[in-house]
Every structure is written in structure tokens, then in C-alpha cells.
Design a protein around this ligand. Structure first.
Ligand code: ADP
Ligand code: ADP
Ligand code: MG
Length: 629
């Protein structure tokens, strides 16, 4: 077994790898950027090496710096985590050339699966069913169009080098084809430096089914069953589960068998995932599941597989990388119960999922479920990286109970002032269609309005805040006094006792002697009373205290960049007349896209940025004038 390991990553996955390495008695080395100097993965590792400035391309993406850190600390092996350099064949080769152990598949396997067209070709040859389509030998627009016509609309144009849900365009009719092709190629060139595309039949009622595979250097390959990752927003996974609801044994045997065949075709060593797309218009059927792509790394959602199989996949990775055989044979692997993972993001669903950064002043994720995270209370969510703050993994004997546990945890979560998608996740998990297992990738987009929480605090939350303020003698008592739970609590006060409190710029007079508050938790923090209810956080103050909850545009119509990022598109011109809510500029920050919209009807008085430009936090992008009104 290897004795020392450098983890070339950050956040929850670095902490996850460290946890297993420590249990196995392996010395761990963390690497960190400026922004991560005090990060949890640095605190948890035995040693940590600074590798550069905050932007990933100056630190976590610089292979030479990682190799230098390994040399400096005498690390024997490198675990890449996911994202960053994990699927970079050149880096894997450089690790091997430096005489180190690469905890991952061979560079040849990574290369074979790196481009979607080449991977599909390889799978065709190996007899693995692939999504019907055109692999794009001839990239002329006329040929691509003719092939799409032949496949029949809708089709999906996909960048061969794509990933992370980027570089894809659905085309519904021939008339849209040329525009969609051009915009897909533009995005592919900008994001991946390769504008080649392939065409696929767009699968209706698609479900994302993937199979965890594992190989060792002795020629063994097993699968660890399937996961369903159909709950996606913008082609990015939000909730994942294992096993897939509605999967029967015949279909499971077919798809898991195809996955093993796919892994064998590239002599796969280590952890990998074969992603399939299923046409679920008539349930899951063995003849309606096709290979989509292979991810040659540990996947974000690997914990649900660990939970249903009772295995530690990072341990498997480290054993295989050390030259050992797979810990179990296929016939020794069984599915036990059901597991569900929700990705908790630092973002604000009520404001177009804008990423939310800052210090986690209050951060309690709850108990009773597995929590994989890279942060603790007091840590900061920086604008430089992915906004995922934790994965909540609920397991139970049945799918229904796993859903209940997940929702309970999300409902009770306490995070402030950083915003999270917890309420959004809880609503998705509690949807009757989700509960019945009726899922496909359109699940979230088709009911987005119902899943996004309303702006402002519900009445029950105002009541709880008012009661809490009275109960604590707020504003006069000791600071930091918590009330663990005021559920069912009734104040012994006159029924006409009223208290004035403020939230989000609004002040209300609340009758605090009324009914007991319904659900929620209240806590005092400085001049705020925080109420946590159904996954959301609300801050209240006495009237006239603090600035209230600002957000969005300043009242003069200036739209500033909320964080460092890149301008993806400018959808307006100086002098344009715009209406409230109209999209003006789209930014890419923290791996997410988000749009800045007109705060009111008016005229674009200033436009300071162009497409492709880098912007810094607080930079003025657009200013809208109310005009003559
Ligand atoms: P996965 O396929 O493992 O679920 P996704 O497809 O959702 O991952 O994510 C897209 C890409 O972004 C992948 O390359 C993944 O490794 C990376 N990624 C996702 N979340 C994070 C994160 N928190 N930190 C770094 N990289 C991430
Ligand atoms: P990425 O490399 O970005 O993960 P994938 O090829 O894995 O790209 O596709 C990402 C998502 O896009 C899938 O999970 C699925 O939701 C959707 N998708 C991909 N191919 C198709 C298709 N042919 N028809 C319908 N949806 C698709
Ligand atoms: Mg994918």
C-alpha cells in the first residue's frame, strides 16, 4: 500500500480523500491557493503546500506546481479528485514520468474516452449500444445539417470535447439548425478550444442512468450498479440516487453488463463511470438505453453507490493504485437499501441562482445523514471555485424513507448569511412525481417556478421572529443567546402585545401573543434574529437597524458584477429601451452562468463590457436610466 498521498484538489473531495487515506494510515499532502490558505482540506491534511494564486489556472490547474509539491514533500502518489486535472491525460502521464503513482486510469484510457466522438466509435466497435447519431467525420455545416435532417428532429448538437453540461444545443426543427450550430461551435471553441461537434438524436423523456465501474491492473472489471442522475438544472446534476427507481433486473443486467464491456474495451483501471441515456417514455427497457460518455475519474455522486454497497470507493482506488486486486468479486456485491444525494450550492434560487459568496457565520448542516463537505462554520465561500458547499447523502431501507430523511435534513439546515439552494432541493425531493419515481431530465425545468421559493419571508416566519425577539428580550439582553427551538412554544404574554420588527427593508407590527409559531428555529446573531425555516434563512432586526437585505441592482440602476467572472454575452446595446426583468448581460462565474436583468423599465445609459471580457468584483457593467419617467 502507498504510504503518502498528495491530493491535487480542494473542497469536499479533498477532505473526502483525506478521510479514507488517514483511516488507511497514509500520510496526506494538501495543496492550496491563496484563497484556500485556511481551508478545511489544508487543516485536515498532514502537510500542505502553497501552489499559487487564487484563480485555478494559476494553482490547481498547473501540473508542474503540483508535481513540485509532490517532490518537495516526498509524496508517493497523486489523487486528482474530480474536475481540475482529473481527466487530463497529459498530466497523468507527467505524474507517471516523474516516477509517481497516479490514482486513476492510464493516460491511454483517459485519452480513449476524452472526446465524445472517439469514445462512441470505440463503444460501437465493442458492441455497446450508443445514442443514434452522426459522429462528425465531415464537419461542414451542410453535411451536419443533412445528417440532422436524416436523424429527424429534435436533435442535440454536442461539442466532442464538451463537459460539465456545456457545449450542447437542442435543435427542434431544421429552420433553427444553422443558428444553433453556430452558437454551439462558438461556445465549444471558447470553453474547450475545440469546435468540433457531433449530432445525436434528442431522446425524449430522457433519464440519465450511469454505472459505476472499477478495474484493477490484473485484468478484473466489476460494476457497482447504477445511479440515476436525472434531476438536472442546465444539464448539471442536482439530486442523484442509487439504485435507479423502476429499474428491473433484466434492464439492470443489460446496462451494467454493457458498462463492464465498455470498461474492458479500454483496459480500464480504477474508478470510472459509464453514462447512459435512457428513453423512459415507457419505463426503463434494456433496448432503450444508450452509451453517452465515460467519466474516467471518481464522480461527485459516488457516495450514493458507497451507501448502497457498503464499500469505500476511495479505498478501492488507493488499493488498485497500489497494485492490489479489486477487494470484491462481482458476485460478492449486493445492493442494500436506497441512497439519495443532494448537492448543496451556495447560490440564491430566488435571484436566478446567483452564486452567493462570503463567510459562513452560521453553518449547521444537521445530523442523521452523511455529510461530505469542505467547509465549517467561519470558513469562506470564495468566488474562485465551484459553489458546491456540501453533499447531503441520506440512506434508508426504502426510497421513500431516504427521501424523508433528505427532506428533514434540508428543512432543518441553518446557513447564514450565504444563501443556499436547500429549500429548492427540498421542494424537488418532495414533489409527488419525484416520490413516485417518475423522473426525467425535464423534471426541474418543467416545474422550476414551483421549486424556487418565493421572495420574502412567509407570515409564520415573521411571527416566529417576533416571538423570539420578545422571548429573548432582544436588544436588551446578552448577545448570542440561542433558542434551540421555539416549536410549539407559547409566550405567556397578553394577547394584544405587539412588537415591531424589520426584514428585507419592510417593518411590520406583529401580534406576538397569538398562535404559537409553526416550524422553524430562531437564533440571535449580533443585531439580527435569524429564523431558519424549511431550508431558508431570514434575518430580522429591530426597526431602523442595519441596512436590511440589499440585493440586485442599486436604486440608481447600476448593475455591478457580484464576483469575478467572464462576460458570456451582452444582450443589449447602449441607448436601448429595456423593460424590467429583461436580460442585459450574462456572466460566467464559479462555473455557473447567470444573467443580470434590468431592475426597472428604462434606457441603457452605460454599457461598460463586451463579450468574452474578464470582470472583477464590484465592477460596473451596465447602468439603466429611468429615462424621463
Ligand atoms: P459528475 O459528472 O462527477 O457528477 P458534473 O458533471 O456534475 O460532475 O460536474 C461537471 C464537471 O465539474 C466535472 O468535471 C466535475 O468533476 C466538476 N465539478 C463538479 N463539482 C465540482 C466541485 N465542487 N469542485 C470541482 N469540480 C467540480
Ligand atoms: P457532459 O460531458 O457535459 O456531462 P453528457 O453527454 O454527459 O455531457 O450530457 C449531459 C446531459 O445532457 C445528460 O445528462 C442529459 O441530461 C443530456 N443529454 C445528453 N445527450 C442527450 C440526448 N441525446 N438526448 C437528450 N438529452 C441528452
Ligand atoms: Mg456527462
Amino acid at each position: 500500500m502507498i504510504r503518502s498521498l498528495l491530493i491535487a484538489n480542494r473542497g469536499e473531495i479533498a477532505c473526502r480523500v483525506i478521510r479514507t487515506a488517514r483511516r488507511l494510515g497514509i500520510r496526506t499532502v494538501a495543496v492550496f491557493s491563496d484563497a484556500d490558505r485556511h481551508a478545511l482540506h489544508v487543516r485536515e491534511a498532514d502537510t500542505a503546500v502553497h501552489i499559487g494564486a487564487s484563480p485555478a489556472r494559476e494553482s490547481y490547474l498547473v501540473g508542474e506546481k503540483i508535481l513540485a509539491a509532490a517532490r518537495e514533500t516526498g509524496a508517493e502518489a497523486i489523487h486528482p479528485g474530480y474536475g481540475f486535472l482529473s481527466e487530463n491525460a497529459d498530466f497523468a502521464q507527467a505524474v507517471l514520468d516523474a516516477g509517481l503513482i497516479w490514482v486513476g486510469p492510464t493516460p491511454a484510457s483517459i485519452r480513449a474516452m476524452g472526446l465524445k466522438d472517439a469514445a462512441k466509435r470505440l463503444m460501437d466497435e465493442a458492441g455497446v449500444p450508443t445514442t443514434p447519431g452522426y459522429l462528425g467525420d465531415d464537419q461542414s455545416p451542410a453535411r451536419l445539417k443533412a445528417e440532422s435532417d436524416a436523424i429527424g428532429y429534435p436533435v442535440l448538437i454536442k461539442a466532442v470535447a464538451g463537459g460539465g453540461g456545456k457545449g450542447m444545443r437542442r435543435v427542434n426543427a431544421a429552420a433553427e439548425f444553422d443558428d444553433m450550430l453556430a452558437s454551439c461551435k462558438r461556445e465549444a471553441a471558447a470553453s474547450f478550444g475545440d469546435d468540433r461537434v457531433l449530432i445525436e438524436k434528442y431522446i425524449e423523456r430522457p433519464r440519465h442512468i450511469e454505472v459505476q465501474v472499477f478495474g484493477d491492473s490484473h485484468g478484473n472489471v466489476v460494476h457497482l450498479f447504477e445511479r440515476d442522475c436525472s434531476l438536472q438544472r442546465r444539464h448539471q446534476k442536482v439530486i442523484e440516487e442509487a439504485p435507479a427507481p423502476g429499474m428491473d433486473e433484466v434492464t439492470r443486467t443489460a446496462v451494467c453488463g454493457a458498462a463492464v464491456k465498455a470498461a474492458q474495451a479500454v483496459d480500464y483501471v480504477g474508478a470510472g463511470t459509464i453514462e447512459f441515456i435512457a428513453d423512459a417514455s415507457e419505463g426503463l427497457r434494456p433496448d432503450r438505453i444508450w452509451f453517452m460518455e465515460m467519466n474516467t475519474r471518481l464522480q461527485v455522486e459516488h457516495p450514493v453507490t458507497e451507501e448502497i454497497t457498503g464499500q469505500d470507493l476511495v479505498e478501492w482506488q488507493l488499493r488498485v493504485a497500489s497494485g492490489e486486486r479489486l477487494p470484491l468479486r462481482q458476485e460478492d456485491l449486493r445492493i442494500r437499501g436506497h441512497a439519495m444525494e443532494a448537492r448543496l450550492y451556495a447560490e440564491d434560487p430566488a435571484h436566478e441562482f446567483l452564486p452567493s459568496t462570503g463567510r459562513l457565520d452560521h453553518f449547521v448542516l444537521g445530523r442523521g445523514v452523511r455529510i461530505d463537505t469542505g467547509v465549517e462554520e467561519g470558513d469562506r465561500i470564495s468566488p474562485y471555485y465551484d459553489p458546491m458547499i456540501a453533499k447531503l447523502i441520506a440512506s434508508a431501507p426504502s426510497r421513500d424513507e431516504a427521501i424523508d430523511r433528505l427532506i428533514d435534513t434540508l428543512d432543518q439546515l441553518e446557513v447564514w448569511p450565504v444563501r443556499t439552494n436547500a429549500a429548492f432541493l427540498a421542494r424537488a425531493a418532495d414533489d409527488p412525481d419525484f416520490r413516485s419515481g417518475d423522473v426525467d431530465t425535464a423534471f426541474i425545468p418543467s416545474r422550476i417556478d414551483r421549486l424556487v421559493p418565493e421572495l420574502g419571508a412567509p407570515e409564520s416566519v415573521w411571527n416566529l421572529a417576533a416571538t423570539a425577539m420578545l422571548a429573548s428580550d432582544f436588544g436588551r439582553g446578552e448577545e448570542g443567546e440561542p433558542w434551540d427551538s421555539l416549536q410549539g412554544f407559547r409566550l405567556n404574554v397578553a394577547p394584544d402585545l405587539k412588537v415591531a420588527i424589520a426584514h428585507g427593508g419592510e417593518t411590520r407590527l406583529i401580534d406576538a401573543g397569538g398562535d404559537p409559531p409553526i416550524e422553524g428555529i430562531a437564533t440571535a446573531r449580533g443585531e439580527n434574529v435569524l429564523v431558519f425555516s424549511a431550508g431558508q434563512a431570514f434575518a430580522f432586526t429591530l426597526p431602523g437597524v442595519g441596512g436590511g437585505a440589499a440585493g440586485g441592482a442599486a436604486s440608481d440602476g447600476s448593475l455591478v458584477s457580484p464576483m469575478p467572472g467572464r462576460v458570456l454575452s451582452v444582450d443589449t446595446r447602449q441607448g436601448d429601451t429595456v423593460v424590467k426583468g429583461q436580460k442585459l448581460v450574462t456572466l460566467e462565474a464559479m462555473k455557473m452562468e447567470h444573467s443580470l436583468v434590468a431592475p426597472f423599465d428604462g434606457i441603457v445609459a452605460e454599457l461598460q463590457v463586451g463579450e468574452g471580457e474578464q470582470v472583477t468584483e464590484g465592477m460596473l457593467l451596465v447602468r439603466v436610466d429611468k429615462g424621463d419617467a
